[in-house]
Design a protein around this ligand. Structure first.
Ligand code: G4P
Length: 530
């Protein structure tokens, strides 16, 4: 196999998802530690510093109150080249978070062992499910009191509808946490306090057939409980099936403690073996093989206005096939322009570096002169392809935008349209009204503040946002339908989006069903497919 193929095959590109505080940042930090990106002492110097380095790589953005980006990190471990896509949760939650999942080949789901599946995990999981990508579960914080292990697995299966297959199994939790049982080798790996991960833990590996040694190490009580659980587990759990894992139907489950750095390397090793190499991607003309000689990529994120004076933007693309060479020309399919991508860069832990080449599976950021939109394809001019667009995700919060100074109408329209084009917000107009009435929809409420802030700072336009009670949005799938004639409920609103597609806003899910019942053949969708 040539270097080109090897480079692609050693890549693993995954998104890391969790509810805030489950330990995503801590786990990422530990991964980087194994990758040699940060040293042990550095990682504990202050979690604040490390957290900063990992998640908030765009200080400038933070100062300006817009911390809404997902960051991308690359590191090397054991011959693999790993790309991690961080997905901000919490108040930072935005459509960007969803889109990031479109660029990943698999996802790592971090769950807090004392809490189980939480709201944000559920949302992100839904998008992973839509793509059918493999999902790996790391149940974290075993050094604290945890919920019963069987219960945790049951929770994942019931809440998320995915089968689970524990790769290892925790022995106790909290003060009684003794380590994990590795099912493959049928041995236990003991836990030792690593002083918050500042040093490598000294672990012992003991076969479960050596009961005396087990008793001596973890005590009779823990041994007895473990042996009973193993029996139950072997009888009840799903067989490990790599095809089911790759199809996103079975999640391998690992247990550990990111903070104390226990179970992280075991996880990383297994994960890298089980996760896929960069996957083929769908285009209008069929699947494109990542090993194809021709470079191709799609834009999944646009980071706007990094420098206010220049209004510059960075477009993030996921390379789907071939090799990217900075001095070769590429074609932006949507505009038909042939160009060189300018200032291609990669984000490494806390710094950005200009790169000259990258391979399928990698994520690059390039300077955007204002031509890229989310979902666009960039490829070698000799072999044009068009990737399937990224779906528009349903906003969950809506507000009417009132412009304070009507004299600045032009700036207002320009500003709000540009921000919408970048995909930071979605804008809608009432059916048959002009641009007078603009309704803005967002996935996370922080985006409202971002909109207000950016319009004021970049376009010098002040706005007021009046919250609207809508919570559900549905795109109308039927092509030949007279929307004006649709009969819905009295609280339903008919609007169009930026691309002129008709859709409906609802206050509750009951109204949605009512509208479907009242209009025979009406097809509604939660996502707008481009
Ligand atoms: P997030 O990115 O998913 O939001 O979570 P993050 O890693 O920031 O972790 C959230 C909190 O949980 C942090 O504590 C972190 O130290 C703690 N934590 C992460 N993993 C573990 C673990 O395995 N065991 C225990 N006991 N705690 C863990 P914090 O108090 O919010 O921050 P800090 O004061 O430690 O900086």
């Amino acid at each position: 196999m040539g270097t080109f193929d090897k480079e692609i095959d050693r890549r693993r590109t995954f998104a890391i998802i969790s509810h805030p505080d489950a330990g995503k940042t801590t786990l990422t930090e530990k991964f980087l530690l194994y990758g040699g990106q940060i040293n042990l002492a550095g990682s504990v110097k202050g979690k604040a510093t490390a957290r900063h380095a990992v998640s908030d790589w765009m200080e400038i953005e933070k100062q300006r109150g817009i911390s809404v980006t997902s960051s991308v990190l690359q590191f090397e471990y054991d011959g693999y080249c790993i790309n991690i896509l961080d997905t901000p949760g919490h108040q930072d939650f935005s459509e960007d978070t969803y889109r990031t999942l479109m660029a990943a080949d698999s996802a790592v789901m971090v769950i807090d062992a004392s809490k189980g599946v939480e709201a944000q995990t559920r949302k992100l999981f839904k998008v992973c499910g839509m793509r059918g990508i493999p999902i790996f579960t790391f149940i974290n914080k075993l050094d604290r009191d945890a919920r019963d292990t069987f219960e945790l697995l049951d929770d994942i299966e019931k809440e998320l509808g995915i089968a689970t297959c524990p790769v290892n199994w925790p022995i106790g939790s909290g003060k009684k946490f003794k380590g994990v049982y590795d099912r493959e080798s049928r041995s236990i790996v003991t836990y030792s306090d690593t002083q918050k991960g500042t040093k490598e833990g000294e672990t012992k590996v003991i076969s479960i057939d050596d009961e005396a040694a087990m008793d001596a190490e973890i005590g009779d009580e823990a041994t007895e409980k473990l042996l009973m659980e193993i029996e139950l587990l072997d009888g009840a759990s799903e067989e490990f099936d790599i095809d089911a894992v790759r199809a996103g139907k079975l999640t391998p489950v690992f247990f550990g403690s990111a903070l104390t750095n226990f179970g992280v390397e075991i996880f990383l090793k297994h994960f890298l073996e089980m996760a896929t190499t960069p996957l083929p991607r769908q285009t209008a003309d069929g699947l494109v093989d990542p090993h194809s000689d021709d470079f191709s990529a799609f834009v999944f994120k646009i980071q706007a206005n990094m420098n206010k004076a220049h209004r510059d933007r960075l477009a993030f693309m996921r390379i789907c096939s071939g090799k990217f060479n900075a001095d070769e020309e590429v074609c932006h399919v949507q505009s038909g322009k042939v160009m060189r991508l300018s200032q291609p860069q990669q984000i490494m832990a806390d710094e950005r570096k200009i790169l000259s080449e990258a391979y399928a599976g990698d994520i690059i950021g390039v300077f955007d002169p204002g031509i890229f939109s989310i979902g666009d394809t960039v490829c070698a001019p000799r072999k044009k392809v068009t990737y399937e667009g990224i779906p528009t995700f349903a906003p969950e919060h809506f507000a009417r935008v009132r412009q304070m100074d009507t004299m600045k109408r032009k700036q207002f329209v320009k500003g709000i349209n540009q921000i919408a084009q970048e995909g930071a917000i979605q804008i809608f107009q009432e059916l048959n009204s002009g641009l007078e009435e603009i309704i803005v929809g967002v996935v996370g409420v922080l985006q409202f503040d971002v909109l207000k802030f950016r319009l004021e700072n970049e376009y010098n336009v002040e706005i007021r946002l009046e919250p609207l009670p809508y919570e559900h949005i549905r795109w109308i799938e039927n092509k030949d339908i007279d929307v004006a004639k649709l009969t819905g409920t009295s609280d339903m609103k008919k609007v169009t989006d930026l691309k002129g597609r008709p859709l409906l806003l609802f206050i509750n899910s009951w109204s949605i069903q009512m509208t479907i019942d009242r209009n025979k053949g009406l097809e509604l969708s939660e996502f707008a497919r481009n």
